[in-house]
Design a protein around this ligand. Structure first.
Ligand code: CP
Ligand code: NVA
Length: 361
């Protein structure tokens, strides 16, 4: 009877081929054993006690300001602990029996897969609902969809074409709703980005984060989440592409409370000086169709090696992805040693798991 092999244990070293061609050595041929793996049959793995704040239980994240500054820091702490457990292979299936509904009206690689994989890693289930999967496509209202889904699932993440739809979903679902990107903001992206900054620099307070390009959904969330947590946020963009005025006002209020600063400027070179992190996003976002005019207006805000050289020597380069190499950023920058773009992408997983855990605990 072969020894059982349990999951999460390193596989045994393969038997050297030479033992089979030299019969005199009488080595034991374990090939049959190595080809089998006993699954199940044991009790469920014990889960480590994991203490979290219940302040987000039952709440939604639609606007960045739905989560208070100390709650953001708390989430980052949870995300960091979940990340370490995940890397150590420790089971953390704290949400068995819970279901996440995932409404996506635009394509997604990171947001979709990190929420779906994250829910599985937490012991729950995710149901992906693309544009062709719901009666929304045939005119069922957002409010009716929300009320129905809210009776099946424990939380909803939604990527919507129009921000008002995520607001309406949250209003009618009766379960937590997470904004997985709208034309106004991208709050889960900002959470993962703050986690990346914290990992790189130890703390957020006083960091200089400079965003170049379109004052779009990603810029909005960086402004609000950054200002809330003490990060000095600058947006360098041409006139006509600034973040909405009400967002800048809101960010200024948050910055006043955290001791940070908020700056919107059209002077790219001046903005880069003293930056700890330089960030950019695509010049044409999903759903925008004025690409020719954007390309011309935003070209001077492309992140180049020269721009990076004006920042602090230890500055990092950030991008939410997907990117267009040599359009909003030089390939040499995004593929160079200062780039942390794949750490940001990874942290989507851990930040989302933290959100789900704290909302559904
Ligand atoms: N950054 C981000 O949201 O990527 P996806 O569009 O792939 O989800
Ligand atoms: N601003 C981009 C972000 C993609 C993650 C868009 O909305 O397309």
């Amino acid at each position: 009877m072969p020894e059982p092999v349990f999951l999460n244990q390193p596989a045994p070293e393969p038997v050297a081929q030479s033992s089979r061609v030299l019969p005199d050595l009488r080595a034991v041929d374990r090939s049959e054993e190595l080809q089998s793996k006993s699954l199940g049959g044991s009790t469920a793995p014990a889960l480590r006690t994991f203490t979290i704040s219940t302040r987000l239980r039952g709440r939604s994240l639609v606007e960045d300001v739905d989560i208070a500054p100390d709650e953001i820091l708390d989430l980052l702490d949870t995300a960091g602990r979940l990340k370490r457990m995940h890397h150590r292979g420790e089971p953390h299936t704290y949400l068995p029996g819970k279901t996440l509904g995932m409404i996506f009206q635009h394509p997604s690689t990171r947001t979709r897969v990190s929420f779906e994989a994250g829910m599985a890693q937490l012991g729950g289930t995710a149901v992906y609902l693309g544009v062709n999967d719901l009666q929304l496509k045939r005119g069922e209202t957002v409010a009716d969809t929300a009320q129905v889904l809210g009776r099946y699932v424990d939380a909803i993440v939604a990527r919507v074409v129009r921000h008002e739809h995520i607001v309406e979903l949250a209003q009618f679902a009766g379960v937590p709703v997470i904004n997985g990107l709208s034309d106004r903001n991208h709050p889960t992206q900002a959470l993962a980005d703050l986690q990346t900054l914290q990992e790189r620099f130890g703390s957020l307070k006083g960091l200089n984060l400079v965003y170049f390009g379109d004052g779009n959904n990603v810029a909005v969330s960086l402004l609000l989440a950054g200002a809330a947590t003490g990060v000095n946020v600058t947006v360098a963009c041409p006139v006509g592409y600034q973040p909405p005025a009400d967002i800048v006002t809101q960010a200024n209020w948050l910055a006043a409370a955290s001791g940070a600063t908020v700056t919107v400027t059209d002077d790219a070179e001046a903005a880069a000086e003293q930056a700890d992190a330089i960030y950019t996003d695509v010049h044409v976002s999903m759903g925008q169709d004025d690409s020719a005019a954007r390309a011309v207006a935003l070209a001077p805000y492309k992140v180049t090696r020269r721009l990076m050289s004006l920042a602090k020597p230890e500055a990092i380069f950030m991008h939410c992805l997907p990117m267009h190499r040599d359009e909003e950023v030089e390939a040499a920058v995004v593929d160079g040693p200062q780039s942390v773009v794949f750490d940001q992408a990874e942290n989507r997983l851990h930040a989302h798991k933290a959100l789900l855990l704290q909302m559904l605990c």
